[in-house]
Design a protein around this ligand. Structure first.
Ligand code: PLP
Length: 425
């Protein structure tokens, strides 16, 4: 029973006690950001206080201590992705890492060619960067994805020209959790002498990522998607076979081997390092636990409701992701019915209007089905009691909303909606 103390009065919040393991509101939106792991916070705290030095101060104890902490974090990040510490550049997050990677490579290899290949379901940090480069005279191919969210290797091969300098394909998608054939893409790029960048934000720390084995040349990651702090990330840049060069996008003191100037965010970097170490140590068990929870959540919906379907290939899929369409229910109404649960709908508030998600549309979903979709992002701190609470509540709300839906009524009566000519008003 959760009670609210109000001016000394204790008021019962609800008549039915919450199940053990559930406190409201429930956070199940771990692709948007993750709560900080208390162990990460603990590692960071001294660097907000006593250990305040500038890691670039080379001539005294204060600087050395800060530098030592940064060096340790660099090792921790590198280890998680099979890189060496010298290949890690610290940034302010994955948006900056993606910008630095794509703009920095485009600028550095301009003489070699002006063609970049990416895909339509990338994060905006990649898509908007590519659009900017198009304005500057680069040519960009945006590969369409298949209905399951995966790119086709044949499409990628066909898109490559002698002018292609960069392929940027994300490791795992933040909406539908689909994992691209990264190793194969990297192999093809290496055969063709093309640099391969991947936005690894959703994959790093969740599933095995090995830049050597997977032929990745440049990889973006961020701390706040792996239970670390916001505003700090990293870019892996390969140093041999092949050696990748990047033109810096921020000029200043020449920090980070000249690739990213600016005084290092020491507490943030320490947090990123700690987050990487914990994620690596717990990855196997955690991936298994989240996969089981996710499959349980999916099965509950499929058993209780008709006209529900999963978006994205479920075989090549992130452990904690489930993107599900509850057809004939409007996603926003559904979210309003579960206002003590944080999940995301298939609608994006990109402007004043509610746009259907461009990722779901890229899979071929109609606007209405995209709007009826919910992204569940399970994370380290979610448990089975929460999954039960959320699924029971959603099932209840979906049934209720459908009772009021004339479309659902018609479908149940066997009327083919696609054959109806709607009167225009
Ligand atoms: C969150 C996210 C980003 C942006 O990372 P920030 O550190 O918030 O800038 C980029 N790509 C993907 C796939 C993401 O999920």
């Amino acid at each position: 029973m959760s009670d609210i103390a109000l001016n000394g009065l204790v008021i019962s919040e609800s008549a039915t006690p919450l199940p053990e393991g559930v406190t409201l509101p429930i956070y199940m939106d771990n692709h948007a950001t993750t709560p900080m792991d208390p162990r990460v916070l603990e590692a960071m705290l001294p660097y907000f206080g006593k250990i305040f030095g500038n890691a670039a101060s080379r001539n005294h104890q204060f600087g050395w201590e800060a530098e030592q902490a940064v060096d340790k974090a660099r090792e921790q990040v590198a280890k998680l992705i099979g890189a060496s510490a010298k290949e890690i550049i610290f940034t302010s997050g994955a948006t900056e890492s993606n910008n630095l990677a794509i703009k920095g490579i485009a600028e550095m290899y301009r003489e070699k060619g002006n063609h970049i290949i990416t895909q339509t379901t990338e994060h905006k940090a990649v898509l908007d960067t590519c659009k900017k480069l198009e304005k500057m005279g680069y040519r960009v191919t945006y590969l369409e994805v298949q209905a399951d969210g995966l790119i086709s290797m044949d499409d990628l091969k066909a898109a490559m020209t002698p002018d292609t300098i960069l392929v940027s394909i994300m490791f795992a998608n933040n909406e539908i959790g689909v994992i691209q054939p990264v190793e194969e893409i990297g192999k093809l790029c290496h055969e063709r002498g093309v640099i391969f960048h991947t936005d690894g934000v959703q994959a790093v720390g969740k599933i095995p990522v090995d830049v050597q084995k997977m032929n990745i040349d440049v990889l973006s990651l961020t701390a706040h998607k792996i239970y670390g702090p916001k505003g700090v990330g990293a870019l892996y840049v390969r140093r041999r076979n092949p050696r990748v060069q990047i033109t810096e996008q921020i000029n200043g003191g020449g920090h980070e081997r000249g690739m990213r100037s600016g005084t290092l965010n020491v507490p943030g970097i320490v947090g990123l390092g700690a987050a990487c170490e914990i994620a690596g140590a717990e990855m196997e068990a955690e991936a298994k636990r989240q996969t089981e929870l996710r499959d349980y959540l999916k099965a509950k919906f499929e058993n209780a409701l008709d006209y529900v379907h999963v978006n994205g290939n479920m075989e090549h899929h992130l452990p904690g992701n489930l993107n599900m369409s509850f057809v004939y229910v409007e996603g926003e109404s559904l979210l309003m019915g579960i206002n003590d649960v944080a999940v995301s709908s298939g609608s994006a508030c990109t402007s004043a209007t509610l746009e259907p998600s461009y990722v779901l549309k890229a899979l071929g979903l109609g606007d209405d089905v995209a709007h009826s979709s919910i992204r569940f992002g399970l994370g380290r701190f979610n448990n089975k009691a929460e999954v039960d609470y959320v699924s029971d509540k959603i099932i209840h709300v979906v049934k209720h909303l459908r009772e009021m839906s004339p479309l659902y009524e018609m479908v149940k009566e066997g009327i083919d909606l696609s054959k109806i000519e709607w009167a225009a008003h």
